[in-house]
Design a protein around this ligand. Structure first.
Ligand code: ATP
Length: 332
């Protein structure tokens, strides 16, 4: 019997390291990155309907057919020759254009749901192939980051970001982040084009070892579970390119560190900035101190910075672990 509905909690990701190895002849960028899933999530509900695909998703600009979840539903139905259609409802918790992979997470959720509704009609590799066609970030979101045995993964991403290898460890303990959500999106295509203007060089593609020496430092730090080692190792090669047009990103990083975060970095192509903290209590102290410095020392009017249209500012601080949101602090 076909289930009536499948609900998936689609968590976002943060990149702890993002190295750009160069531009490839095919126009894509060769990257090496470490990413982890975090507790800020979209809720995706998928119902079988007699025919067609309907997407209900507020907060995402453009027609439903442009939603990556719609494209994922269409691809899955075609590939698996489904005898029914899908109604997809998405409640966004992941910021749109925030560098947290929300569109890709939703697409992966729809692929998984369609696959389950159809009674797992193909090997998982087929899903990965469809995912890769939808977008470079989608394959990562098909993987579970905690195994039944309690092994926890970070993901090592290579190629366009679509070659995913779980970095598993029994010892990776919980990690905590303060996410600074901004009131503006950044287009990934624009960020890479900006990087091209500023730094472009051809890709130096290696197939063994780490091409970017900063990446193994992050993996080692994750395995020790020591936020004091992780904090100083985080990096993102896109950050300077994006911060040239959005200097507020630089300022948010500085204030996060001043507020006591052990390290801070922009995730993906922005606009979200993350601060590394040791535990929830530390995270709450960083949030409070951030708010104070932002208003009192930096002289930003919190109301104005978050609500004036066209003026880049901060929307919200969110304290997360890998699976849950632990606290929120609005700035206005
Ligand atoms: P990236 O994965 O490149 O880091 P991002 O996290 O910065 O991307 P997303 O929120 O994943 O950004 O995608 C933003 C863009 O994708 C917007 O142009 C938006 O209109 C489009 N989009 C399509 N489908 C979705 C979706 N389900 N959720 C969010 N954005 C979507």
């Amino acid at each position: 019997m076909v289930p009536r509905e499948i609900r998936v909690r689609a968590r976002g990701k943060v990149n702890l390291g993002l190295g750009i190895l160069g531009k490839r002849p095919d126009g894509y960028h060769e990257v090496e990155s470490v990413a982890v899933l975090v507790g800020l999530a979209d809720e995706v509900a998928v119902h079988p309907v007699p025919y067609g695909i309907e997407v209900l998703c507020s907060g995402v600009p453009g027609p439903p057919e442009e939603n990556l979840a719609f494209k994922a539903g269409r691809a899955a139905l075609q590939c698996f020759r489904a005898p029914f259609g899908l109604r997809i409802s998405i409640s966004k918790g992941i910021p749109v254009g925030g560098g947290m992979g929300g569109a890709s997470a939703d697409a992966a959720a729809v692929l998984k749901a369609a696959w389950m509704l159809l009674g797992e009609p193909a090997p998982r590799e087929t899903l990965t192939e469809i995912a890769r066609l939808l977008g470079a970030d989608v394959p990562m979101f098909l993987l579970e980051d905690v195994t039944k045995e309690g092994r926890v993964s970070a993901f090592l991403l290579r190629g366009r970001g679509d070659e995913v290898r779980p970095v598993r460890s029994r010892d990776v303990p919980e990690i905590y982040f303060v996410l600074v959500l901004m009131n503006f999106p950044v287009s990934t295509a624009w960020a890479y084009a900006r990087w091209d203007e500023m730094f472009q060089h051809p890709a130096d593609r290696r197939t063994t070892d780490f091409a970017d020496p900063r990446i193994p430092l992050i993996i080692d730090a994750l395995k020790t579970g020591d936020a004091r080692l992780l904090g100083p190792s985080v990096f993102n090669d896109l950050e300077e390119a994006v911060a040239t047009d959005f200097p507020v990103i630089r300022e948010v990083k500085q204030v996060l560190c001043q507020a006591g975060a052990l390290g801070a970095v922009m995730t993906g192509s922005g606009s979200t900035v993350i601060g590394i903290v040791t535990d929830p209590a530390h995270g709450l102290r960083v949030c409070r101190e951030f708010r104070r410095i932002w208003a009192e020392e930096r002289g930003h009017s919190l109301k104005k910075s978050s609500s004036l249209p066209g003026r880049p500012g901060i929307k919200e601080l969110v304290l997360v672990g890998r699976s849950q949101v632990l606290g929120r602090c609005t700035l206005s």
